[in-house]
Design a protein around this ligand. Sequence first.
Ligand code: FES
Length: 136
Amino acid sequence: MRTEVAKVSEIPDDRGLRVQIDKKFIALFKVEDKVYAINAICPHAGAFLDMGWLDEHAVICPLHGWDFDVRTGESPSFGIKTGCFEVDVEEDAVFVITEDPSPPEEEAPPEEEAPPEEEAPPEEDAPPEEDAPAAG
Ligand code: FES
């Protein structure tokens, strides 16, 4: 899905700009006049990476200082990776292409319905106890 999210001129030079597509928060960064889009939520503890600062192509998380390459989403220092997105720029308009990185899980086949429990036959009325013959 290709979504126009911002103008290039809205992205600060040394920080990010947070945009939202559906429920995804995405941080846009501008490095050497190229725009990059990375998952805005830090995978460490959830800080907004757009509030971090840039060191060349690395954004430094404002909370604990982990660094993520805005081109790849990788954190070379910590060996983890966050999502990043393809970006198109047309004049001043920034478009982000979002696709789920992994295909949606195949839908599990519907669980077979358990056959209805057999209805227990109605309890037969116990035959009335015969009156004991009266003695004597
Ligand atoms: S929340 Fe980003 S490094 Fe901890």
